[in-house]
Design a protein around this ligand. Structure first.
Ligand SMILES: Cc1cc2nc3c(=O)[nH]c(=O)nc-3n(C[C@H](O)[C@H](O)[C@H](O)COP(=O)(O)OP(=O)(O)OC[C@H]3O[C@@H](n4cnc5c(N)ncnc54)[C@H](O)[C@@H]3O)c2cc1C
Length: 486
């Protein structure tokens, strides 16, 4: 008998979502990730959980309705990671006319009719906090509801749940070869050691590596796809209001400016064809300038390229422009050949559904239990989304040494599992060493023991975003702490 029913190559959002779905349906699953979870495109997404207004313009009504239904599911199963926001589109005379925006938003409200989020509205920005950060000429904005997500934590907590349901998650494990017979024989380099495992089926969820994995590891014809790159920039906070601004850029593209980690603003996206090594995806100077220019058309506070404190770039495969949001999925299962499922791309909003559909393609090969992921909360997500503030209050009540911002960060990252980090601590000193004002030894140890963190970047950029504010001496202390804790 094969060691596993399913071996998944790639620990991005697609890979971990498939691992969670399949493990919960009773399959024996192993996931192999060559680096860290979410180290590829999945930590560089636009962080939106949305129906996508731009899809309405393209008349993809069913797609919008499906995505809005997924948005509601995310709010129920991940109320800590997914937060409702009000999005504001300042009306610009050179762009889409007001009547068109208004009618799109009415339709958007209709398609999301059961969500419980506030409906769209027209706002006079001369008397509204939304207007404070905007240049003078803007008199009106259109507001509507959608959600944002912490994309890399979504990946990590999905993997935590997959593991809780029996999946084996191996980070630092690169699949280098897979021989195909009536089962797969995989060779991996797992933290420096060569290992051989067998599996009844493989999922190639290696994102921008999907073609090279097909050709060199699996030795099957590569999918006919192109690689695309997406970029965003982070600058110091440009506005105080808790809104996401949506600009209609001159080229027709919608650009989002979102509050990011309290003191910053995330602006995106720019995208173009990608060539090169997916392990090194860097943002071109022209794209940084493009996003700065887009922001400067709308915001009073001017930004220059030197104001950019971080860029976020990812690459993934796209079959064609139309398949961008949905991603692509193919099953290869010739006679006597073990199945090979290839899944890549697609947006964060529909990732749960995509994984459900991918695993369902394997039902002819295994007995498995029914679909289940739409109703089961992710770890720590066992509270109602509109009780987020109550959760923060309860955490502050129990651990009185925490400030409001610290409690908010911890609840947003860990939800009700925050107790596993804070335990019975009565004061901050009981949580071990401090790495700056936020991060404690207790949290780092938790991330290493329960969430596969191995190196400082795993903690500072993917499981938290504290890398944005951490001083070099605290970073050095963290590196020493993690090296000693291994
Ligand atoms: C151009 C572009 C547009 C996008 N637009 C949107 C959008 O509008 N909305 C949105 O929500 N998201 C968007 N996304 C991002 C979206 O977040 C990702 O596409 C999604 O997260 C799925 O990622 P993935 O799992 O396929 O790939 P990745 O996150 O890149 O994961 C693949 C993983 O496979 C691993 N791997 C590769 N080879 C091997 C091997 N041999 N052994 C072991 N592991 C291996 C890699 O290390 C990597 O971690 C866009 C992305 C791009 C690039």
């Amino acid at each position: 008998m094969a060691d596993y029913d399913l071996a998944i190559i790639g620990g991005g959002l697609n890979g971990v979502s498939i691992a969670r779905d399949a493990a919960g349906r009773g399959l024996r699953v192993i996931l192999l990730e060559q680096g860290d979870l979410a180290a590829g495109a999945s930590s560089a997404s636009p962080r939106l959980i949305h129906g996508d207004l731009a899809s309405l313009e393209r008349r993809h009504f069913l797609r919008v309705r499906t995505a809005l239904a997924e948005r509601d599911i995310w709010l129920r199963i991940a109320p800590h990671l997914v937060r409702p926001m009000r999005f504001a589109i300042p009306a610009h005379s050179d762009e889409r006319p007001d009547w068109q925006l208004r009618s799109w938003l009415l339709l958007y409200d209709r398609l999301a009719s059961r969500s419980g989020l506030p409906a769209s509205a027209t706002v006079d920005v001369t008397h509204h906090p939304i207007g404070n950060a905007l240049k003078r000429p803007f008199g009106t904005a259109f507001e509507y509801s959608d959600c944002v997500v912490d994309d890399s934590r979504l990946v990590v907590l999905t993997a935590v749940d997959a593991a809780a349901r029996g999946a084996v998650i191996r980070t630092g494990a690169r699949c280098t070869r897979a021989e195909r017979g009536n089962e797969w024989r995989l060779v991996t380099i797992d933290r420096g050691f060569r290992q051989v495992i067998t599996a009844r089926a493989i999922v190639n969820a290696s994102g921008a590596w999907a073609s090279s994995v097909a050709e060199t590891v699996l030795r099957v014809p590569p999918p006919k796809v192109a690689a695309e790159q997406m970029d965003q920039i982070v600058v110091r906070r440009l506005f105080d209001s808790d809104n996401i601004y949506v600009f209609q850029n001159r080229d027709g593209r919608l650009i989002f400016a979102s509050p990011y980690e309290r003191d910053f603003t995330l602006i995106g996206t720019a995208s173009h064809a990608f060539k090169g090594d997916p392990a090194i995806v860097a943002m071109a100077a022209g794209d940084v300038a493009y996003l700065c220019d887009a922001a400067n058309r709308y915001f009073r506070e001017r930004i220059e390229t030197v104001d950019v404190v971080r860029t976020l770039s990812g690459a993934n495969m796209v079959r064609n422009a139309a398949s961008g949001r949905d991603g692509a999925m193919t099953l290869d299962n010739g006679r006597g050949k073990a199945p090979l499922l290839t899944v890549f791309g697609g947006d964060v909003t529909t990732s749960r559904l995509r994984a459900e559909q991918a695993v369902s393609k394997l039902t002819p090969f295994y007995p498995m239990s029914p679909r289940w992921t739409a109703t089961a909360p992710l770890p720590g997500g066992d509270f109602a989304w509109d009780r987020f503030d109550n959760e923060v209050d309860e955490v502050r009540e129990r651990w009185r040494f925490l400030g409001e911002d610290q409690a908010r960060r911890l609840v947003a990252a860990y939800g009700s599992n925050v107790k596993a980090i804070l335990g019975d601590a009565k004061e901050r000193g009981e949580l071990g060493l401090a790495f700056g004002p936020e991060l404690t030894g207790a949290e780092v140890r938790y991330l290493m023991q329960r969430e596969w963190a191995r190196f400082p970047d795993d903690v500072l950029w993917r499981r938290t975003k504290l890398g944005l504010t951490m001083l070099p001496e605290d970073r050095d202390a963290l590196a020493a702490f993690m090296a000693a804790a291994v």
